[in-house]
Design a protein around this ligand. Structure first.
Ligand SMILES: CC(=O)SCCNC(=O)CCNC(=O)[C@H](O)C(C)(C)COP(=O)(O)OP(=O)(O)OC[C@H]1O[C@@H](n2cnc3c(N)ncnc32)[C@H](O)[C@@H]1OP(=O)(O)O
Ligand SMILES: CC(C)C(=O)C(=O)O
Ligand SMILES: [Mg+2]
Length: 549
């Protein structure tokens, strides 16, 4: 490692920067560049059929501008453009965008690909960065500016020609000073101003100036400075939409785009899940969800990742990381005990009419189709709350805290034995086995209860023996019967019972009752559970189990 090899990328001095004081209140104009920047980054570029599948997905998600490719680059790119147009696949409210270099024959071919389109953005670019000027193009600043101006002129001239031969299309012009992030910002303003001088946009007929961090080379705050500087120094700013196109070389593409919006940008280019050159383009999903989590309508439908992620994965051949922000498979899952406990307590207190406020869950996972099943998974890092949550969500068991504590060591042993995540079914089976819920070990018959004044008189046969007792209710009469038979003193420390819908293998859902008892028999504390057809039977059996075992 030799840090002396590297230097800081210069950015403008902006002592009165405004962006840190700003807040976002609306979504930007989104532009998907999946079909162009995403595609050009793939070892195996998408086939036309794959591009069509991704196009349909992007339209369904609500993108209104989609960069569909670089039609002058290859036959498949050209053919894809033609198919969208000829097969009427472009909805009226969606605009296609195409990329082209500032080279005449490529611009001519680009317009050819667009014959018959209703509306298209022609996106022309040339690089303006110091390294590319000096080493790649070996041109002066004026010469590079002249390339941009020439490109802008060709874009305009060929639009006029296209209108003459095939009238009826609407053209929007976009220019990118490629590698804006590594360009002196003053110079980027100068080049863009020269392009605007050619196009003569107005506030009613804006052009688009797209500022790329082609290679991300500064921290997001310094990129935001570059953007604010650009916007505040651009004459005729109101005649341009300012677009941002960041890449993720430093891992901050989303942050840089988000801060650029604070700095005044109107429009964001990016890809789903951040596919794109090298470390990728700015991930639109992450930025849109960031806005959503702050109460801003993202103006995109990201609610069904389980539908659209497979499409993206299929066409890119790139798997989504399980911890991908907002949509990764486990990003709402808590394994650790204290997280599970906090989530469970917050969810119990979360009211549908209140703003979402749940520890460890920045949004309601249900908003993007993630079931609570995915939220809490029980393994050996989990505590009592995790098992309680699973049994509650999946089986409708509202375990009192003393049952949670009593069952915790059984769940822990199971998790340690299995070594990974304990399935919901295994956990439930462990619970019913631990409390003997499936075994009919006590035979109860001839139940009779008579009210004598304020006293309940109970008689029943337990395992063939007749028990009698009295008290101010069934359970106290039952405890009295035990005391009469054994001389042991019985106190009910706590109990709970509720209805539960059991999934019987044969007959489907069955309403039953579950009772939980916490007893003190002389000096011994006992916990018992019974599941029966009705609540009285469940309570009697739970008490008997506690007493007899
Ligand atoms: C940052 C980005 O993502 S930019 C977009 C990059 N995407 C792509 O390039 C994908 C599609 N591109 C292609 O398939 C090819 O580059 C083509 C078909 C467009 C052009 O191919 P070729 O003509 O063979 O040129 P090649 O790709 O080698 O390009 C380099 C030439 O174009 C010039 N050039 C590169 N970019 C530009 C530009 N934006 N404007 C004008 N000239 C340019 C270079 O100076 C070089 O010129 P030279 O041949 O005189 O040295
Ligand atoms: C063509 C431009 C906008 C680009 O993709 C980039 O600079 O990253
Ligand atoms: Mg790019």
């Amino acid at each position: 490692m030799n840090p002396n090899k590297y230097q800081r990328t210069p950015t403008p001095d902006l002592p009165n920067r405004q962006w840190p004081n700003n807040h976002l209140s609306k979504a930007p104009i989104w532009v998907s560049v999946d079909l162009r920047d995403g595609n050009q980054a793939l070892a195996n570029p998408m086939t036309v059929e794959q591009k069509l599948a991704l196009w349909d997905q992007l339209v369904a998600m609500g993108f209104k501008t989609i960069e569909i490719g670089f039609p002058s680059a290859s036959e498949p790119e050209f053919e894809f453009t033609r198919r969208l147009i000829e097969e009427n696949r472009i909805p009226d409210d969606v605009t296609v965008q195409v990329l082209v270099q500032a080279r005449e024959h490529l611009i001519a071919r680009t317009y050819e690909s667009l014959i018959g389109v209703n509306k298209a953005v022609i996106h022309v670019y040339n690089t303006t960065s110091i390294v590319q000027r000096e080493k790649v193009f070996e041109k002066s600043k004026d010469e590079i500016k002249a390339m941009a101006v020439q490109g802008a002129k060709w874009v305009q001239e060929y639009a006029i020609k296209a209108d003459q031969t095939h009238p009826g299309s609407e053209w929007v012009f976009q220019y990118s000073p490629e590698s804006f992030s590594q360009t002196e910002t003053d110079y980027a303003v100068e080049v863009c101003q020269a392009v605007m001088d050619v196009w003569q946009p107005t506030p009613d007929n804006k052009c688009i100036l797209n500022l790329p961090a082609t290679v991300e080379s500064t921290s997001p705050n310094r990129f935001a400075d570059q953007v604010e500087y650009f916007i505040s120094h651009l004459p005729n700013r109101e005649s341009a939409l300012i677009s941002i196109h960041t890449h993720n070389d430093r891992g901050c593409a989303v942050a840089a785009a988000e801060l650029s919006l604070l700095a005044g940008a109107d429009r964001i280019e990016g890809t789903l899940l951040g596919n794109g050159e090298r470390t990728g383009n700015m991930d639109i999903v992450t930025l849109a969800m960031n806005l959503y989590s702050e109460g801003i309508d993202p103006q995109l439908d990201l609610s069904k990742p389980n539908d659209w992620i497979p499409v993206v994965e299929q066409v890119t051949q790139i798997k989504t990381h399980m911890r991908h922000p907002w949509v990764g498979e486990v990003v709402y899952t808590a394994y650790s005990g204290s997280h599970q406990d906090a989530i469970r307590k917050c969810l119990l207190k979360q009211d549908d009419n209140q703003k979402w406020n749940v520890a460890y869950l920045p949004i309601d996972p249900k908003d993007i189709g993630r079931d609570y099943e995915a939220i809490i998974r029980v393994n050996s890092q989990s505590g009592k709350a995790g098992s309680a949550f699973v049994l509650e969500q999946e089986y409708g068991l509202n375990l009192p805290k003393w049952i949670q504590i009593d069952f915790a060591s059984t769940a822990q042993k199971l998790a340690e034995k299995q070594g990974g995540i304990v399935s919901h079914k295994d956990l439930y089976q462990a619970f019913t086995r631990h409390y003997g819920c499936d075994e009919k070990r006590i035979d109860v018959n001839n139940f009779q209860l008579k009210l004598d004044g304020e006293i309940e008189k109970l008689s029943l046969d337990v395992d063939g023996e007749t028990w009698t007792g009295e008290g101010n209710g069934t359970i106290s009469a039952l405890c009295d019967a035990w005391q009469q038979r054994t001389g042991q003193n019985v106190d009910i420390i706590d109990y709970a019972e509720h209805a539960v819908h059991m999934n019987d293998d044969d007959s489907g859902k069955n309403a039953k009752a579950i009772a939980y008892f916490y007893l003190q028999v002389d000096n011994e504390k006992k916990v018992s559970v019974a599941i029966e057809k009705d609540s009285l039977s469940a309570m009697i059996l739970a008490v008997l189990k506690g007493l007899k075992t």
